[in-house]
Design a binder for this molecule. Sequence first.
Ligand code: KIV
Ligand code: ZN
Length: 519
Amino acid sequence: MSQNRRIIIFDTTLRDGEQSPGASMNLEEKLEVAQALHALGVDVIEAGFPIASRGDFEAVRQIAQVIRGTTICGLARCNAQDIDRAWEAVKHAEHPRIHVFLATSAIHREFKLRMTKEEIIQRAVDGVKRAKSYCDDVEFSPEDAARTEIDFLCQVVEAVIRAGATTVNIPDTVGYAVPEQMARVISTLRNRVPNIDQVVLSVHCHNDLGLAVANSLAAVQAGAGQIECTINGIGERAGNCSLEEVVMAMKVRNDVYHTETGIVTQRLVPTSRLVSSITGLHVQRNKAIVGRNAFAHEAGIHQDGLLKEPRTYEIMRPEDVGFTKTDLVLGKHSGRAALADRARALGYNLTGEQLNRVFEQFKELADRKKEVYDSDIAALCEQQLRRVPEKWQFVDYQIHCRTGQTPRVRLHLRHGQEDIVVEESCGDGPVDAIFLAIEKATGIHVMCRDFNVHSVSVGKDAQGEVTVEVEYQGQIHRGRGISTDSLEASAKAFLETINRVALLSQGQQAAQEAAESQP
Ligand code: KIV
Ligand code: ZN
């Protein structure tokens, strides 16, 4: 019989993760991430903060309707309006949860809320009772718990459990705690709160000191039964506890933690890639578990040891977290079946039509570069899966540049059956000139907020991946382009943001026309 304690994995990528600067996702993207989290085996998906916006509400509502089996949670402050809205959003879930929070630390009480300790307890109790009137599964978080006086924290926790909370979550909201302290808080609550065994104790750590994973593990050792975390550790400021790291730490060091989770660890890398490609937040190469270098061995002594016995230098197998065994894969003579096989192994389920398009692009790529790596194939698949309807399509460009001279570009786009060719001879450099030419051709002008280029795989002939973030009428839109030619990748990425703007404007226009045609 297993002696392991089952730890609940509460994923908040779609709520706290989405609070990372520049990480906002649209409805379709949130649904896609929710499906991936479900397949990954998380126990709870915190799908959003329904009162925050109509978009957030809609995303939580649709995720609650679509995902079966996993608990779907909506966040609410401790007030009637928030809680009612959260319930409206999650009520169709098979397993709904309302998560209410209220700050408890002295600094928040005094400066943010201007409330006394008694008022805080009353507000927390009222909030939990209201949530409980809708839903059996209620989580309460005393925000900034790690900086709350321990006696007061015990009082709050006891009161919310009496009011009906089923999970009590201890957030280190500002990432101030250290492992010993986090363990002490959890142990104290377990020893001093008389009704503590009626709830699951949870932990929610931010990473401002780089200690979110260590703090969460310390809390687990002290008896916490739920960890709140995000894919790739994204989240407010320096982020949250990283799901892949905390899960693999518990798995690899089972001798220390004696715990288990429901996570299908082979899905960690595909899920990490999906979240990174949707949010545009790159995973650093040396990131534990899912970074591109996490299993790359450079030193000769290490390589030699690995060949003799992998366990000499590997504490887990790459395939256990979803890396495929070989990296060097296909070439120009590889067929469609081999590509389909590889895409499947990398975690991409393509339809026949998507596979055809990826195959076409793969052939073009294999003509341009000798070796096609897993990361090249992953990039092609992601591009296909994340296709934005293309009002304007990139065809080609010509550019003339010389140091000290203004670049001159001739850009060719397609708009339906129409060919558009524009010439532009301005800009600070070739990328700027291409962006200006696209704006001129499409008539859509945006503010470029971020521009990044990085290589998808290795070698001088590697594909470049460009991500662009633009602002249009106060909203952020992101685009991605890949090509062995980084100017072409830039043009494609920028054009994707323009197509997103066009799609949104089209939707808004249709909604307005429908409203005007109402009697
Ligand atoms: O960091 C925090 O305190 C939170 C709460 C809402 C749980 O995200
Ligand atoms: Zn948080």
